[in-house]
Design a binder for this molecule. Structure first.
Ligand code: DC
Length: 230
C-alpha cells in the first residue's frame, strides 16, 4: 500500500515547531497536523465538562469522541473548533497547556488519540508537529526533525507570542512553567519527549525562522524529491 510521505517536527514547547511546521506544510502544499492542539482540545473539553484529570474512563471516552477539525478554508479557516465554538485562543491559555501536559502523560489518552492522528496522513503529504510524531505516531516518516532551542529563548518566544495574542503573561513564570513541562514531557514513561534515532536535530536558538524553514525544505527535497507546490 502506497502511503503519503510524512515530515515530522518534534521538540520541546516553544522551540518554534508550530511556526516552522505550518510554513513547511504551506510551502509544500501538504496537510498539517498540530498534535499539541489535539491534546489542548481534549484538555479544554475536560475542563469544560469538569472531568477530573484522574477519571481515566471518562477521559478515554472523551478522547475517542472528540470532534477534531482544523478547517483550512471557509469562514473558520485556521481556527480551532470545539463543538461549534471557536477555541483558538482558549486552547493557548496556560491553564489549558498545563492540563494538556498532564493528560498527555496518560497512556490511555495517548492510545485513544493515536489512530486519530494517523488519519491525517494523506496525499500529497503531511507535516506533523508534536513530541512523538517521529518516534511513535509516524515511525516510518521520510524526514524527522527534532527542533530545539534554549529554555530561555523558548520562554521569550512564548511570552512574545502571548502578548501578541493579547494574553497577559509573566516571563519568569513562563520560564518556570516551561522547565516543569519539559521535565514532565521528557520523563514520562509513555512516549517521552526525545529525538527519534534517525531524527536530525536543529537548534534554532539565534536562527532566523526562514533559515530553519529552508533547512527543513532542503531535507524534504533530498529525501522525497519534491520542492513543493510553490
Ligand atoms: O505543543 P503544545 O504546547 O501545544 O502541546 C501541548 C501539550 O501536549 C504539551 O505538554 C505536550 C503534549 N503533547 C504531547 O505529549 N504529544 C504531542 N504529540 C503533542 C503535544
Amino acid at each position: 500500500m502506497a502511503t503519503a510521505p510524512v515530515v515530522t517536527v518534534d521538540g520541546p514547547g516553544g522551540a518554534g515547531k508550530g511556526t516552522i511546521a505550518r510554513a513547511v506544510a504551506r510551502r509544500l502544499g501538504w496537510h498539517f497536523l498540530d498534535s499539541g492542539a489535539i491534546y489542548r482540545l481534549l484538555a479544554l473539553a475536560s475542563l469544560r465538562s469538569r472531568t477530573a484529570a484522574d477519571d481515566l474512563a471518562a477521559l478515554d471516552a472523551q478522547a475517542r469522541a472528540l470532534d477534531i477539525a482544523f478547517p483550512t478554508h471557509g469562514a473558520n479557516a485556521d481556527e480551532v473548533m470545539l463543538d461549534g465554538d471557536t477555541v483558538t485562543a482558549a486552547i493557548r491559555e496556560e491553564a489549558c497547556g498545563e492540563r494538556a501536559s498532564v493528560l498527555a502523560a496518560l497512556p490511555i489518552v495517548r492510545a485513544a488519540l493515536l489512530e486519530r492522528q494517523r488519519a491525517f496522513r494523506g496525499p500529497p503529504g503531511l507535516v506533523a508537529d508534536g513530541r512523538d510524531m517521529g518516534t511513535v505516531v509516524f515511525p516510518d516518516a521520510e524526514v524527522k526533525v527534532f527542533l530545539t532551542a534554549s529554555v530561555e529563548e523558548r520562554a521569550r518566544r512564548r511570552h512574545k507570542q502571548l502578548m501578541e495574542q493579547g494574553v497577559s503573561a509573566n516571563l519568569a513564570g513562563l520560564l518556570e512553567e516551561l522547565r516543569a513541562r519539559d521535565e514532565r514531557d521528557m520523563n514520562r514513561p509513555v512516549a517521552p519527549l526525545k529525538p527519534a534515532e534517525d531524527a536530525i536535530t536543529i537548534d534554532s536558538t539565534g536562527m532566523a525562522i526562514d533559515a530553519v524553514i529552508n533547512r527543513v525544505l532542503a531535507l524534504v527535497h533530498e529525501r522525497c524529491g519534491t520542492t513543493g507546490a510553490e
